[in-house]
Design a protein around this ligand. Structure first.
Ligand code: ADP
Ligand code: MG
Length: 238
């Protein structure tokens, strides 16, 4: 069974057809990267999967079940955004554990899950700090930690590294790859950065003006781009 399946998903804003009909499936454990230039509809697609934006027509299936009519909290997803809104009055541990606490987990369960995520992200020494006492990179790791304390069917990332400087972006990218291996999680990851796409993805989905131009493994796209757009975007020299 596919972890995620999109069937002819459409979205129009006013008279502008932003997603003219997207069909795609993502398999269990896959790291799937949506890549494309700014404004091509990556966030809109991700927000529809998350339930933050209604679709006009088509189907979204998560774990085989149609979720179009389910609110975000019922979709078994965890999402990490570009701007990580942490609660300033809560500690790192408090921020990471909040969703579990709200879901009615016991204090022991919350602590265990937070400690496990903190260990994976090297946040252990920072658990009692407040967000204001962290660097930008550390805050983004807390935002990622907040997502991985849960065990959703699907992780959604919308340009989570774009606010970080180049060095930190490289380092956090490696951490994300490691995290993916350790969790065995299914991820849909949006970026406009070709390097990020090439290094993180099992499969890349290239978007152009809301259309899926090609889907394939990084080297497949690099060596055999389906058209000039993909060739230009993935940077194959031919
Ligand atoms: P990306 O994430 O790839 O940069 P977006 O999904 O944010 O692209 O946007 C795709 C297109 O949809 C853009 O042209 C954008 O201006 C438009 N758009 C996004 N959100 C809205 C909205 N709420 N209302 C109107 N147009 C929107
Ligand atoms: Mg976007």
């Amino acid at each position: 069974m596919h972890t995620l399946e999109l069937r002819n998903l459409r979205k129009t804003f006013g008279s502008v057809e932003v997603i003219p009909g997207a069909s795609l499936s993502v398999e269990p454990g896959e790291f799937c990267v949506f890549v494309g230039p700014s404004g091509c509809g990556k966030s809109t697609l991700l927000r529809m999967i998350a339930g933050l934006e209604p679709s006009d027509s088509g189907d979204i299936l998560i774990g085989g079940a149609r979720v179009n009519d389910l609110e975000p909290s019922k979709r078994e997803i965890a999402m990490v955004f570009q701007s990580y809104a942490l609660y300033p009055h809560l500690s790192v541990a408090g921020n990471m554990g909040l969703a579990l606490k709200q879901a009615g987990k016991s204090k022991a369960e919350v602590t265990a899950a937070v400690n496990r995520a903190a260990e994976m992200l090297a946040l252990g020494p920072l658990l009692e700090r407040r967000p204001a006492e962290l660097s930008g990179g550390q805050r983004q790791r807390v935002a990622i930690g907040r997502a991985i304390v849960r065990t959703p069917k699907l992780f959604l990332f919308d340009e989570p590294l774009s606010n970080l400087d180049a060095a930190l972006r490289g380092q956090t990218r490696l951490e994300l790859a490691k995290l993916h291996r350790e969790l065995g999680a299914t991820m849909v990851y949006v970026t406009h950065d070709q390097v990020e796409a090439m290094t993180l993805a099992d499969r890349i989905v290239v978007l152009n003006a809301g259309r899926i131009e090609q889907v394939g493994a990084p080297m497949e796209l690099y060596n055999r781009p389906a058209n000039r757009f993909v060739a230009g975007f993935i940077g194959s020299p031919k």
